[in-house]
Design a protein around this ligand. Structure first.
Ligand code: FAD
Length: 537
């Protein structure tokens, strides 16, 4: 609630601040109502503040313009705003993959009311899957299991050299492998649902789209719409495979989203792309005995060490994978329907005018992945995205351009696209948002010996260390205000480089009388609030 005057520049600043935070305020312009002067009198009695703006957040008196901005800078304003019980949830997470689920579970452990929205838009081939995101359903897990299938085939070949004799013809059954892997994935999907339920996290299998500040529209697969509000939001919507944008690609090609649950063996396969996804898929398909060709536009494994990338390519070639370098597909045509059918691929050289044709049973596109950020109403609440990549720029604490909206996982700009990164970011974000501090601060005031006789002031010099609780109380911050601060700090700096912990400091014998010894006897944590004033030397 802002008591304001329409012509007052300080009132305008405060109104602009709340508007930039996406907070809807009640504003009473005291110069535009008949009893404005009376209201101002009453306010002065209640708050001891005669001037405008006079700001209240959730019934708490914040003060005038300066106090409101101070509260904003210290984070107090945001906390007061969060305490608005008018929201349905403390936190809504859009995306139930590696990042979203870890954040949801941690926030719930910290006592927050949390909802997770997860919805898989079916691939152009109609494939969809359960809760858990890319890694579990169409990424790390099925990929590694199919790789294992290929390795077992290799072991069978090797086994003859180790004396195994058998006459049966050994062949691979795609349907058996896929069924076993999909059964395992179903058990993981179920496990995720259960663990959300155990932690009282509301899971809704629906698509989330922001409609206004703090409000999201949730649409299920039947098209039914529901609206929810939350104090804070986390976007963890991941990425989906990119298509070429050529004739026939969405109609006839598959991607990694389809491969791991493909109900039939893909047969002779063209893999388009040179990312790790492309090469890993080509590797295990060849490993189970299929005829595999990889079509590469420029270099293998962009962003990786190129000497290693070329060695990977040569090894694959020695083991039967064919490479078509410097070509890109321009048209895909269906020659025969079937499971698999037959496709004709027309490709052109990236270096000249040469064109080539090939016939394959399956064309697997692995040419990159696009962030799922463009169809979820981010523009309606002002969350900025990188227009080119679709990624969301975030600051050091995963905050987007809108203060109450955060982003983790593959869609965060500049972060490695890997499951452990998404999991760790989600968990740490929840801890940062909901108060479980990762840092422990020890501190004390002290009185250097040389100051005592001279009668200089006690309780002026100050020592403080900051420890990382998650890393054995490793010392990550070191502060000293007192004589010889530079000398003391230089010595401890080397110790910090060597991984200094609070325990190591406690085990260190102090050199007495010095100023530096104070760090070997730090006992009081800042959070305890205990008195740190010193009575003597
Ligand atoms: P995701 O796990 O993708 O989850 C996002 C979820 O949000 C999805 O379920 C999506 O459907 C849902 N969603 C999207 N938009 C909405 C919306 N508007 N409303 C509701 N829900 C929505 N990483 C590794 O560390 N090791 C590996 O070996 C590895 N192998 C991989 C192999 C392949 C083939 C692929 C494709 C990826 C692999 N990765 C690997 C990468 C890893 O899978 C991702 O880094 C990780 O899954 C990212 O997690 P995330 O939480 O950002 O998103």
């Amino acid at each position: 609630m802002i008591f304001s005057k329409s012509y007052c520049p300080h009132s305008t600043r405060v109104k602009e601040l709340f508007s930039s935070l996406g907070v809807e305020c009640n504003v009473l312009e005291l110069d535009q109502v008949d009893d404005g002067a009376k209201v101002q009198e009453v306010l002065s009695e209640i708050t001891n503040q005669k001037t405008v703006p006079n700001v209240f957040v959730n019934k708490v008196h914040v003060g005038g313009c300066d106090q409101t901005f101070q509260a904003y800078q210290s984070g107090l304003l945001q906390k007061l705003l969060q305490e608005d019980s008018a929201y349905d949830y403390d936190l809504i997470i859009v995306g139930g993959g590696s990042g979203g689920l870890s954040c949801a579970k941690e926030a719930a452990i910290l006592g927050k009311k949390v909802m997770v929205l997860d919805f898989v838009v079916p691939s152009p081939q109609g494939t969809s899957w359960g809760l858990g995101g890319t890694c579990v359903n169409v990424g790390c897990i099925p990929k590694k299991l199919m790789h294992q299938a290929a390795l077992l085939g290799q072991a069978l070949c090797d086994s003859r050299k180790f004396g195994w004799e058998y006459n049966q013809q050994v062949k691979h059954n795609w349907e058996t492998m896929t069924k076993a892997i999909q059964n395992h994935i179903s058990s993981l999907n179920w496990g995720y649902r259960l663990s959300l339920r155990e932690k009282a996290v509301a899971y809704v299998n629906s698509y989330g789209e922001f409609v206004e500040h703090h409000k999201i529209k949730v649409t299920n697969k039947k098209g039914q719409e529901t609206y929810y509000t939350a104090a804070q939001f986390v976007i963890a919507t991941g990425e989906r495979p990119r298509y070429l944008g050529i004739q026939g690609d969405k109609e006839y090609c598959i991607t990694s989203d389809d491969l791991f649950s493909l109900p039939y063996c893909p047969g002779k396969t063209l893999v388009v792309g040179a990312s790790y996804v492309a090469l890993e898929c080509a590797g295990f398909l060849a490993g189970i005995g299929l005829d595999v060709t990889v079509m590469v536009r420029s270099i293998l494994l962009r962003g990786f060490d190129q000497e290693m990338a070329e060695k990977v390519g040569s090894y694959m070639e020695q083991h039967g994978v064919k490479f078509l370098r410097k070509f890109i597909p321009v048209m895909i045509q269906q020659l025969e329907k079937g499971s698999p059918g037959k496709l004709k691929v027309l490709a052109k050289s990236t270096e000249g005018t040469e064109t080539i044709e090939g016939v394959y049973n399956t064309v697997l596109l692995a040419i990159g992945r696009d962030s799922c950020t463009r169809k979820m109403g981010l523009e309606k609440i002002g969350v900025k995205i990188n227009e080119k990549s679709g990624k969301i720029p975030v600051n050091d604490v995963e905050q987007t351009s809108v203060p109450y909206v955060f982003a983790v996982g593959d869609i965060s700009e500049g972060k490695p696209e890997l499951t452990p990164v998404a999991i760790q970011s989600g968990k740490l974000l929840a801890r940062r948002l909901f108060g479980a501090s990762l840092e422990k601060i020890y501190h004390t005031l002290f009185w250097p010996l040389e100051w005592t006789v001279a009668g200089r002031e006690n309780n002026t010099c100050y020592a403080k260390i900051i420890c990382n609780k998650l890393d054995h109380d490793r010392v990550i911050g070191f502060h000293i205000l007192g004589p010889n601060a530079g000398e003391v700090t230089q010595g401890f700096a080397a110790a910090m480089k060597c991984g200094l912990t609070k325990q190591l400091l406690d085990d260190t014998i102090g050199i007495h009388p010095t100023c530096g010894e104070v760090f070997t006897t730090l006992e009081i944590t800042k959070s305890s609030g205990l008195d740190i004033t010193q009575k003597g030397c």
